[in-house]
Design a protein around this ligand. Sequence first.
Ligand code: CP
Ligand code: NVA
Length: 312
Amino acid sequence: MKRDLITIADLTIDEIGLLVRVADRLKGAVARREEHRWLRGCTMAMIFEKPSLRTRVTFETGMNQLGGSAIYLGPADIMLGERESVPDIGKNLSQWVDVIMARTFSHQSVVDLANSAKVPVINGLSDLYHPCQVLADVFTLVELRGDLDKLKGLHVAFVGDGNNMVHSWMLAAARVGFDFTLVCPQGYEPDEGVVAHARSLGSSTITVTHDLTAGTKGVDVLYTDVWASMGQEDEAAERRTVFAPYQLNGDVLANAAKDAIVMHCLPAHRGEEISADVLDGPQSVVLRQAENRLHLQKALAAWLLGAREAQS
Ligand code: CP
Ligand code: NVA
């Protein structure tokens, strides 16, 4: 049966471990300039309803490095669900390509693509989840802490909106076994169903609080993301006011563990959700996170497509 990556809950802890190990091997191969054409002749269709720098470039570069290719389908190209229904698009693409990556507004669109396509579908961000980013972030934390087991007992605090990133982080926390706290303004809590799902998956502590000091005290990882996600541009001005007390800045960093790691999925807005000194400071690993999107997603594509080298 074909596999998709729609949410992190689709993966077992062993599969997350496998993806991290394969990503690590692929990263080494790139550094040594070794050829690793595991997906020779394979094509990925990349559907984008929203803008992207990292997701587009890393998937396209990754497919090229693996000996395959990728086709960019922007909003004006296929008009997902307008010119043609999502299931019809999934069925048609399955006649020509080997894997589909989709960045959509409605999460249901990714689900409908996966249900209609004969080939694997990868969620490249929906309004509900961003699993590729969080898998790459888990890989980054493994690099920094040694191995996946060492992430157990870690405390990750996310300061900001209860958004798609937070939903994926909560599921990762449950699967991997670390504790997760979201510190958000009142009214910007994550989806209750996703919180309940994450809590039901594992024994990690998942906390939602409005108290910035209590929520970030002594934590090992501080994470933030834009205050207005793609599609929420109309709310950006109001959100700037509401979220102003929730900036990830030097005071918040000083309240975390001494060696706390600062993470951001990017794009970042210096002076809004994060201060420039913290984003560009010595504890920030944001460029390593961006780099690791490439390696983790190559591992993911190779694994989903059944490349022999990516199965163990
Ligand atoms: N972090 C991330 O997904 O970046 P893009 O929106 O540029 O793809
Ligand atoms: N929450 C952000 C993530 C961007 C990578 C958004 O959806 O726009």
